[in-house]
Structure formats: C-alpha cells, structure tokens
Ligand binder design. Structure first.
Ligand code: UDX
Length: 436
C-alpha cells in the first residue's frame, strides 16, 4: 500500500520506518529539512533502539523515502498525520497549530477515496472538526491514536497492544476503517486486537490511557509519601499489592515520578479539554496526579539537602542520568534534570552524566556541567543521585567500585532501583524514595 506520513518526529519517523519494513511504500514528510536529510540517509535524528537499522533497510529497499515537499503525499492511499501537539505556552491546553498547518497543506493533495489517519494526541472533538474539510475532497478521516513508548517504539509500532481506529458511522467511515485494517494486516495476524470505534472514542482512548498510567504512578508515589511518614517500604508495598492481578505490578515504580514529552502535557491537556466540556470535576483528580508528581522531584532535592545537614553550597553532587527514562535520549520535562537544576540553584556543584542524553541536555540546560564517562563523573563526588535507571547505574555500578572513586558516601536512589543492603555494606548512606 502507498502511504504518506506527515510529521517525522518521534512518532512519524518510527511509523514510517515500521510501515516500510512490512512492505508498504512510504514517504515521510516534514518541514524540517535537517531532519529530512538525516532520515533520507537512514539515520534517526534521535536515539531509539532498533530504529537506525529499520530506517537504513527501508531507504535501501527503495520503499522508504523522505521529502519536505507535501506534494509528494499525492497518490498515497493512506496519509498518517503524526505532527506534535505540544502544551500551549500560556495555558495547559494542547497547541493544535501543527495539526491545522499539516491539514491545510495536505487537503489540496487528497484524492477521492484517500484516507487521512490522525495519529497525533488531540483533544476530543478535534477529529470531528477536521472531518468535514477532508470529506469535501472525497477522502475520509479516521482517528488512529498511537500508544508507543519511547525506547520500545519499534516493537510497539509493529506489535501494538491494540489498534484503535475511530471513524464516522457511515459507508465512507466503514471503508476507511477497512483500509486501515489492511494497512495493519501483519500486526492483526500476529494477534494485535483491532478496535473499531467512533471518532470521539478513539481520541478519548488515548487521553484516558495516559491519564490512567499517570494516575498509577502518582498513586504509588502518594503511598511513598505515607510510607515516609510511617516508616514503611513502598517497594514492598508495591510488590504486595501488585500480586493482585486486578492491580498489577507494572507502573507502580515509586520515585521521582513521570516526565517526558507525553504524560505530563497530555494529562494537563486532557483536564483542560474536560473543563471546556463542562466536566472539569470529572477529572479533578488529575490536578492531584500532577501535583503529587511534581512534589516527588522536590522531595528528592530535600533528601539530598538534608543528607548534607541542610546546606549543599559548594558540595560536589553527581547526577546519574539526565533522560526522562532509560533507553531514551529525550530530556523533555525530565525529572532528572529538574532535580539537577534545583540542586545547582541551591549552590551545589552539580555534574550530570548519561549514556545517551547529554547532547540534548546541554542544549536545554547549558549551565549544568556534564561528563560523558560515568566513572569520571563519580570521581570525587560527595553524593550520587540516581535519577534515570539505566543498567549502567542500576546493574553495572558496583558499590565498592563507586566508593573507591567518590569522596563522599551518600547515594540517593531516585528510582528505587538499587539494592540498599549492597550499598550499605560498601559503606554508603543509602536513601530511597519511600523506603526507610
Ligand atoms: C507514555 C505512554 O506509556 C505511552 O503509551 C504513550 O504513547 C506516550 O507516553 P513514554 O512517555 O515513552 O510513554 O514513557 P513511559 O514508559 O510511559 O514512562 C513515562 C514516565 O513515567 C517516565 O519518566 C518514567 O520514568 C516514569 N515512570 C514509569 C515511573 O516513574 N514509574 C513507573 O512505574 C513507570
């Protein structure tokens, strides 16, 4: 099938490469010429395991091309819309300007029978508002939200937990849904459930899934706050409640909380849209979810400051991690970097290390000091603060080895991913999040 993918950021680049890898003929389109140039050479403009290989083989096969000219979308049977929907500068609502710009550019290229498949995360009601303009060209609009996780994006795109396609309840909508069923035939044959819905439900599924995940994380972080006040251990608590299959252990990792380019902005946009719909009270808890999440960053800072008797001025503190999570070089709204900049603001001499995210972190926080080599970053540090649970820190850092390099013996485990007994045995003061 011939396809275009409009917007080659995180979502679009992975989607284009994945679709080409299963035999479709795909053109990726983006207004950023630098990004297009890299992609056309088979190189991802960001770190994502497995993506470079997929891009290179797609480009080599001739099935995957990239262009900054929207006219190249003409002739494709499906046009995936994968542009960003960032948070508005002056409110918590989603900024839809890229969606509207992409649609305006795409409309003149559409032919009767084409399908436009929106993948971007949008406020419910957006698709219905766009559908009429698309229908005017004889094409049809469906909404097909994307649930990929950074670090697992290739797997999640090729073998999604579920495929959701929302369409109008008419003949054109049914036909368009069938086109998407064909496009995803491989994943469906491999067992991915395909759910056909109306447009509004498809948009809401994405917002609801993200809201649930964020709530799960903030729930366990709220329990961490209670554990801190009562001497309990939140990791044991999570294990125990997680054995209940109705609850499940995944996403019950207490620590410095969630960040990244999706969860924080998506739950705020979801709440803002609910407010517009007169249902703000229905998701009032999301404000708490956000507040708990931000409190955990502050708590990690407090743990470090208290460990130094209330004053970190001039103290050499090394942050293990910068990315918002491991297997990613993404530092958007990274809890790791927020803890780092706050400690620096309190007068500490902060050094940041990370196996992948330093170039991005430098661009965003040029005032921080960076060391690419883990051991060099640890050398002479008075305290270590683990903020991104890369294996390099979690599994491959021997406490005795770290003790030989560092000047102090304080380790703050912002992700509750270390073995406290092993660190204590090597002479460290171990401080976890919600652990005694
Ligand atoms: C998320 C959703 O998982 C994905 O379905 C959606 O499409 C986009 O948003 P992503 O942002 O890649 O994906 O990251 P995710 O793995 O969900 O982690 C988000 C944040 O939560 C990270 O900062 C992570 O460190 C944190 N987290 C995750 C926790 O603090 N505790 C946990 O138990 C799990």
């Amino acid at each position: 099938m011939r396809m275009s993918v409009i917007g080659c950021g995180y979502l679009g680049a992975v989607h284009a490469a994945a679709m080409a890898s299963i035999g479709h003929e795909v053109v990726g389109i983006d207004t950023d010429q630098g990004k297009i140039a890299a992609l056309a050479e088979g190189r991802a403009p960001f770190f994502e395991p497995g993506l470079d290989e997929l891009l290179a083989s797609g480009v080599e096969s001739g099935r995957l091309t990239f262009s900054s000219d929207i006219a190249q979308a003409r002739g494709a049977q499906v046009h995936f819309l994968a542009v960003g929907t960032p948070q508005q500068a002056d409110s918590s609502a989603a900024d839809l300007r890229f969606v509207h710009a992409a649609m305006d550019a795409l409309l003149p290229q559409l032919r009767p029978g084409d399908v436009v498949a929106g993948k971007s995360t949008v406020p419910v009601g957006t698709a219905a508002a766009l559908a009429a303009a698309v229908a005017g060209t004889g094409a049809a609009l469906v909404w097909n939200p994307e649930f990929l996780r950074e670090g697992w994006a290739v797997h999640d795109t090729l073998r999604p937990d579920r495929l959701v396609v929302g369409a109008a309840a008419d003949e054109a909508g049914a036909r368009a849904t069938d086109v998407l069923r064909d496009a995803y035939a491989d994943a469906i044959a491999a067992g991915s459930p395909f759910l056909a819905t109306d447009l509004a439900t498809a948009e809401l599924v994405k917002g609801a899934a993200n809201a649930f995940l964020a709530t799960k994380i903030s729930f366990i972080n709220a329990m961490a706050e209670i554990a801190e006040a009562s001497g309990a251990d939140v990791t044991l608590l999570a294990d125990a409640i997680g054995h209940d299959e109705r609850i499940g252990r995944r996403f019950l990792g207490a620590g410095i909380g969630f960040g990244g380019g999706c969860l924080p902005k998506d739950i705020r946009a979801f709440a803002a849209r609910a407010e517009e719909l007169g249902r703000g009270a229905s998701v009032g808890f999301l404000r708490e979810v956000d507040a708990i999440n931000l409190r955990r960053r502050e708590h990690a800072v407090r743990l470090v400051v208290d460990a130094f008797g209330g004053n970190v001025v001039g103290r050499r503190i090394t942050m293990l991690g910068a990315a918002f999570k491991p297997h990613s070089d993404d530092v958007r709204d990274s809890p790791a970097l927020e803890v780092a900049t706050r400690l620096r603001g309190l007068g500490a001499k902060v050094t940041v290390t990370d196996p992948e995210a330093i170039p991005n972190a430098k661009r965003l926080h040029p005032q921080l000091k960076y060391k690419a080599d883990r051991d060099e970053a640890i050398r002479k540090a008075e305290a270590l603060v683990l903020v991104t649970e890369w294996d390099l820190y979690r599994r491959e850092l021997d406490p005795a080895h770290a003790a030989a390099l560092a000047a102090g013996r304080i380790i703050v485990d912002g992700r509750n991913c270390l073995e406290p007994a092993a660190w204590r045995a090597a002479g460290w003061t171990y401080l976890g999040m919600g652990r005694p």
